[in-house]
Each structure stands twice: as structure tokens, then as C-alpha cells.
Design a binder for this molecule. Structure first.
Ligand code: ZN
Length: 290
């Protein structure tokens, strides 16, 4: 029987991303210093995880270790309590080593895309060998992956990768709905995705574009966690550009409170997601891919 959740909600703020531009939102943080400020405002508003892409100063997508180091340094100095999750997404033509550069910073979390998909006119390529190789490197460095699922097939892959020991419990899935080419943000789809997760998996949901709010509210009701931020939409509501990442976080905090849930602090998020378990005990080593 359904029981309304009173668990703290872990809010991730995706402050920059790789697609949103300054033309779409003039407050998009691009430089490491701007990202540090945006992260600290988001954490003050109630976010506990900062999902991070980095950019060149002209706004172009970038995956260099140097740029990630600058941004992570700014976030660590301005919001030391934040859990930082670096993005290992692939850009066109980039190899596995380049996209995994950011892992060398050994942040607590990173994203890992478990499958390929068409996004708009592009192919977002995550080949099985690349996924296995990245997963092995992530665990080797003591980082915990958030597993990005843009479609039901990705969820099935996640279950299979867990069965083969390539992904290790506790799993933390990000369910992405409403991207052009992925699963739509129909409420029934989120219900079905959650029903396909392995037992004990943590999950967070994000709606892309105009679905950010509806997916967030549904996830709150279903007892899940929520991601918001300018990576996923430039807007606060239809026709109104968001003032900041913090503004998007603040709205989720208000809605959560009305629904009987408080925003998790970063310390609570670490406990709930068991982020320190593997770091504390190097003896807990799962099987790895040959
Ligand atoms: Zn991202």
C-alpha cells in the first residue's frame, strides 16, 4: 500500500551542463568562479549534490582535467560541504580517456551513462566496452557513480551490469525523462521505470525542459530524489527565464516541505546514499570486468 514519504529528499543541482547557453540564460555559470558561486548558492538553498560539467571561457564544452580542477577547487572552497558529482559524458569524437579525465580529482561522485541514445540530431554514444572500462576506473578510484538512464533499455542494461558485477550495490540511478529521443515525461513512464529498478537502488529523477517541475513533483510524491538546474532547463516557468540555479532549488524545497519532506543536508545525503561505505573499507571490492 502506498504511504506518503517523509524521508529527506536529496536535491541535486546541475548548475551548468553542456547545452544551455548564455543566450538562453544570462545567469548560466560558465567560469570556475561563477560555478563556485552558483554551487554555494544552490547548497545554501537546499541542494546537497552539485552535478558538474565545465566549459571554456567562450562557452564551449570542455573535458580537460585542468578546467575540472579549477571548478572543483572553487566549489570546494565556497561550498565545502557539497557532494560533487563530475560528468563523464562523451562529446563527439572524444575518447574514453579524455572523458574520464575528471575522475582523477576523486570527487565523491560522478555520472556514468550506461547506454547510447539519439538526442535531437546527435548520437550520444556510450559503447558497452567504454561503459565497462569507465565503471572499472570509477570504482578503482573510490568514486561512486550515478547511473544515467534516458530510456527503459538503459535501466535493463543497468540491471544486467549489476548482475555481472560491473556495477556494484548500492546502485544510484538518475532517471532522465523528456529528452528529445529518450523516454517521455509521461507520469506513467516514471512509475514504470521505478518499478524496474533492482531492490535497494536509490533513484533520482529529472525532467528536461518544461518537464522539470512536473517530474520533480512526481518524484517527491513517489519518495524519490530530485535533480533540477540550468543544465536541464533555462526557464523557471513558461516564458520566464530562471534567475539562478538556486531559484530552481528553492522551489523544490518549498514543494517538498508542503508534501511533508525536508531537503537532505549534504551529511544526510552521504548517509542515505552510503557514500562513505566503500571509501572506509577498501576490503569491500566487488568483481570487476576482465
Ligand atoms: Zn550533466
Amino acid at each position: 500500500m502506498f504511504e506518503p514519504s517523509s524521508e529527506p529528499v536529496i536535491i541535486t543541482c546541475a548548475i551548468t551542463g553542456n547545452k544551455t547557453t548564455r543566450e538562453m540564460n544570462p545567469d548560466l555559470p560558465l567560469t570556475p568562479k561563477e560555478q563556485g558561486i552558483a554551487a554555494s548558492e544552490a547548497v545554501a538553498a537546499g541542494a546537497s549534490i552539485i552535478h558538474l560539467h565545465v566549459r571554456e571561457s567562450n562557452g564551449a564544452e570542455c573535458h580537460t582535467l585542468e578546467r575540472f580542477a579549477e571548478a572543483v577547487g572553487e566549489i570546494r572552497s565556497r561550498a565545502p560541504e557539497a557532494i560533487i558529482e563530475v560528468s563523464t559524458r562523451a562529446a563527439a569524437g572524444e575518447g574514453i580517456d579524455y572523458r574520464g579525465n575528471c575522475l582523477e580529482l576523486r570527487t565523491e561522485m560522478c555520472s556514468l551513462n550506461v547506454g547510447s541514445i539519439n538526442i535531437g540530431n546527435e548520437v550520444f554514444l556510450n559503447s558497452p566496452p567504454d561503459v565497462r572500462k569507465l565503471a572499472a576506473r570509477i570504482y578503482e578510484l573510490g568514486i561512486e557513480p550515478e547511473l544515467d538512464c534516458f530510456d527503459l533499455g538503459h535501466l535493463e542494461s543497468l540491471v544486467e551490469l549489476r548482475k555481472r558485477g560491473i556495477l556494484r550495490d548500492p546502485l544510484r540511478a538518475l532517471l532522465v525523462l523528456g529528452i528529445n529521443g529518450g523516454i517521455t515525461a509521461d507520469p506513467g513512464n516514471l512509475v514504470h521505470m521505478v518499478s524496474r529498478l533492482p531492490p535497494g537502488a536509490h533513484w533520482s529523477a529529472v525532467g528536461i525542459g518544461r518537464f522539470q517541475l512536473t517530474v520533480a513533483v512526481q518524484a517527491l510524491i513517489m519518495g524519490g530524489n530530485v535533480r533540477v538546474g540550468l543544465e536541464d532547463t533555462a526557464y523557471f516557468r513558461r516564458g520566464e527565464v530562471a534567475r539562478s540555479n538556486a531559484q530552481l532549488v528553492e522551489r523544490v524545497v518549498r514543494l517538498a516541505r508542503e508534501l511533508g519532506r525536508e531537503a537532505a543536508t549534504p551529511a544526510q545525503a552521504r548517509d542515505i546514499l552510503q557514500l562513505n561505505v566503500r571509501r572506509r573499507s577498501s576490503a569491500v571490492a566487488g568483481p570487476t570486468e576482465a
